[in-house]
Design a protein around this ligand. Structure first.
Ligand code: 6PG
Length: 236
């Protein structure tokens, strides 16, 4: 695997390391830093760390913040990725409202996917004829999904739209997600993977075995220089 693997003692230390790297990247960038973040547990700890330790250290007005995916719920719902980010981070830091580009999970999903794609195209610069983020933070589910690209909708890795509507395979919950082409076009990708429930799937990816081909995360990792930030429980 050509991808860099960073291993930490636990989730907290993983989050602390990514927070420090992120802070340097945002402050160092000439102009705006375009970041897309995921939902879930790992980023929550990262956001809390940023709020506690970096509220005054990061030049937040340089950050243009987007989401990798959103659950189709109200922003106040406990399932909302925006809501989680708002509570853990945004309400504690001086980021201008106009720098926040949330996916409106409360709107009609198909219409919102088009609107969100437009927002990305209007704001980001283009590389390879596609908008490009400076950094995309991804997580990985126990089933190998990343963003809201699940093993049963692998085609979203290659569709031409950069934003699409997806469905959670178990709950049927609709999601709006970045697709593979724009994820792979990001200048940098960090995967945050922690906890022993991910060990089995991670091993398949790391060992590059045949079954890994059903795992969306595998395809993103394999096609890019994505760096992986994991804790010891994942490595086993
Ligand atoms: C979401 C995500 C999703 C997430 C993984 C890992 O909205 O659920 O963006 O892709 O990154 O499910 O989540 P955890 O960090 O909670 O394990």
């Amino acid at each position: 695997m050509k991808n860099k693997l960073h291993i930490f003692e636990n989730l907290q230390q993983t989050a602390e390391s990514v927070a420090e790297i992120l802070s340097e990247k945002i402050n160092r960038k000439n102009g705006f830093f375009y970041l897309a973040v995921s939902g879930g547990n790992t980023p929550k700890i990262l956001f809390e760390t940023l709020a506690e330790r970096y509220a005054e250290k990061i030049r937040w007005n340089k950050l243009k913040l987007f989401w990798v995916d959103e659950r189709c719920v109200l922003p106040t719902d406990k399932e909302s990725n925006f809501g989680m980010t708002y509570n853990a981070l945004l309400k504690h830091i001086p980021i201008p409202d106009e720098n926040i580009f949330r996916i409106k999970g409360e709107n009609n999903p198909e219409t919102e996917a088009v609107e969100y794609q437009k927002k990305i195209e209007e704001n980001l610069s283009f590389e390879n004829n596609l908008p490009t983020f400076d950094l995309i933070l991804l997580g990985m589910g126990d089933d190998g999904h990343t963003a809201s690209i699940f093993p049963d909708n692998l085609f979203l890795l290659n569709v031409s739209d950069i934003v699409a509507v997806a469905k959670h395979p178990a709950s049927g919950q609709k999601r709006i997600t970045l697709t593979g082409r724009i994820i792979k076009n990001s200048a940098e990708i960090f995967f945050l993977i922690t906890g022993k429930s991910k060990k089995e799937v991670f091993k398949q990816i790391f060992d590059d075995v045949k079954t890994a081909e059903n795992l969306p995360s595998y395809h993103i990792i394999k096609a890019t220089n994505a760096e992986i930030f994991a804790d010891k429980e994942v490595i086993g």
